[in-house]
Design a protein around this ligand. Structure first.
Ligand SMILES: Cc1ncc(COP(=O)(O)O)c(C=O)c1O
Length: 390
């Protein structure tokens, strides 16, 4: 993978006022507060995406659309070129959002009160839909050991034989782990011994620190596991187009794919959002340079700001995430309550750890995909608030 160390960062440095845009992240905050929460970037999209949207908008008729083979072609070409991962175009199923696809799987493809297993901490909106679909959720916790977050294989070994669905998040949100081939081989071996459906949510797979790689679980799945495996991918995080709602499920097994298509029909999914397909195709075919520059900027932000957040809140030196633009920061130096007080007094809004499971209240997740001036301002305010509260 081609990576650059520096770049033309002018667009990434630019602070954009998103108030007045119905932004989920900004709109309800007081005007002088800073949000470092929702996993989206504070950067304008690549020019090719903006052109694709502008060209679609100018036509003035925003009618029903359909998915044609160019969507699957753009998707497979991206993953072959960027990650050396090949899957057949026939295995690609369009879905608007991964949270919705997860809800469909739980509601239409699992038995009543299905047993669902995922690693904790876990991205809450996914777990909310799983619970609301009536599933029983078990969340073995990742363990911090030897300076890294580890999969609790021993617990999974006892839980998986009884499961209906296992949800992996790779790379993992919020710890930022990009699981290694060795870990995924071990996981695939455990999954081989179960009969559950497997959903690998790989939405963050393009957001890698320099030198890191994404390995899809599918690469280590034998023929049996491949009949039960669904990989969820999307241009939404990588190219900052979450609001346009274009994602893909990669389902190599034809029978499972037919069940998924049935489930999607039953759940009322058809006809993508008018802007979704042109944006996704532009992203996957024309925006690689934009992504490289953005990743270099985020790498710089991680190196520069994660240690400062850690110095303020954490006892240990920061674990720089291998993937994602999210910094999972422990707050044991200050204590969870004091850390919250500092953020509140500073008017800075991270994602709070308890949102990822009650046992994670000692953690804050900071989104560092933002202009350096915004991160500087957030840190300065937190540092000043911490001084005052001493
Ligand atoms: C692991 C993970 N899965 C899914 C999503 C959301 O996906 P979508 O917007 O396609 O529902 C997020 C968003 O932050 C995420 O972190």
């Amino acid at each position: 993978m081609m990576r650059i160390a520096t770049g033309d960062f002018e667009d990434r440095h630019r602070l954009i006022n998103r108030r007045g845009t119905w932004s989920a992240k900004w709109e309800s905050l007081p005007s002088d507060h800073i949000s470092l929460s929702v996993a989206e970037m504070e950067f304008v999209c690549a020019p090719a995406i903006r052109s694709a949207i502008a060209n679609a908008a100018v036509r003035g008729i925003y009618s029903y659309t359909e998915v044609f083979p160019d969507f699957a072609g753009a998707c497979t070409s991206w993953f072959t070129r960027r990650h050396g991962t090949e899957f057949g175009e026939e295995s690609v199923v369009f879905v608007p959002r991964i949270v919705e696809a997860t809800a469909m799987i739980c509601a239409h493809m699992l038995p009543a009160r299905a047993k669902v297993i995922t690693l904790s901490p876990a991205y809450d909106p996914i777990m909310e839909v799983v619970r609301r679909c009536g599933c029983q959720v078990t969340e073995p916790a990742m363990r911090y050991a030897d300076g890294a977050w580890q999969i609790p294989f021993d617990q999974l070994a006892t839980m998986l034989p009884d499961a209906d669905l296992f949800i992996l998040t790779n790379p993992h949100n919020p710890t930022g782990r990009a699981f290694t081939p060795k870990e995924l081989e071990r996981l695939a071996a455990l999954l081989d011994q179960s009969s559950c459906l497997v959903l690998s949510d790989d939405i963050h797979c393009d957001i890698l620190r320099a030198g890191q790689q994404w390995s899809p679980l599918a690469r280590y799945a034998d023929a049996g596991l491949r009949t039960r495996l669904i990989t969820a991918l999307s241009p939404s995080k990588s190219f900052n187009i979450a609001g346009l709602e274009a994602s893909a499920l990669i389902v190599p097994d034809p029978a499972l794919r037919a069940r998924i298509r049935d489930g999607l029909r039953a759940a009322g999914f058809h006809n993508p959002n008018y802007f979704a397909i042109p944006a996704a195709i532009a992203a996957w075919t024309q925006c690689e340079e934009w992504l490289d520059t953005t990743l270099a900027y985020i790498d710089n932000n991680m190196a520069r700001f994660a240690p400062r957040f850690a110095a303020l809140f954490a006892k240990e030196k920061p674990v720089i995430p291998e993937a994602t633009y999210l910094f999972w920061c422990d707050t044991r130096a200050l204590g969870a309550a004091a850390a919250k007080e500092v953020c509140t007094a500073a008017g800075v809004h991270p994602s709070y750890g308890e949102g990822f499971g009650a046992q994670w209240r000692d953690y804050l997740r900071f989104n560092l995909a933002a202009p350096q001036s915004l991160l500087d301002a957030a840190l300065e305010r937190c540092e000043a608030a911490a001084q005052k509260l001493k």
